[in-house]
Design a protein around this ligand. Sequence first.
Ligand code: 5GP
Ligand code: MG
Ligand code: MG
Length: 184
Amino acid sequence: MYGDDIASVLISEEEIASKVDELAELVAKRYPADAPEGDLLLVGVLKGAIFFMTDLAKKLTVPTQMEFMAVSSYGSSTSSSGVVRIMKDLDKDIAGRNVLIVEDIIDSGLTLSWLLRNLSSRNPASLEVVTLLRKPDALRTQVDVMAVGFDIPNEFVVGYGLDYAERYRDLPYIGTLDPKVYGG
Ligand code: 5GP
Ligand code: MG
Ligand code: MG
């Protein structure tokens, strides 16, 4: 549907679905359904994590509540600077809650480490991260992640929520973008 903009399918719709099942099982094991902190609070990072967040929530066998945050990292559209600005904050206080950040992708890890500092200052009972994708550079940064879906090569990917200039989020799979799209 995007012509030949997509160079290759890196992770198919089916592979994503079975990984989401696996991650949901892993996450559910960590959080008792009757925790004194109340329902697990999923914090989705807009917009990239939308599909992962909703698919994961549907597969989790523990009750969850959902909140969203939007952050913007200064820099070019294909790389992060680590200077982060909150575009949309959480609507609710997270103090005393079990919070699980749901991320689309960790590249440098700069956005996530900023987010972890920011949210931990709000005194949640626990704070963990699940990310669908992780790139090799992320392994060099000090971010503790509870669960990772796929470690992927250092290529720019789109689809299943991930965009380039707001396009391609609607693809049901994750693919690499032909460099001609971003002027390569
Ligand atoms: P980091 O701060 O970890 O370098 O970057 C995280 C953010 O950069 C992600 O949440 C995502 O918005 C964007 N990003 C990093 N790598 C990619 C990629 O390969 N494709 C897309 N579409 N966005 C990416
Ligand atoms: Mg993200
Ligand atoms: Mg983006």
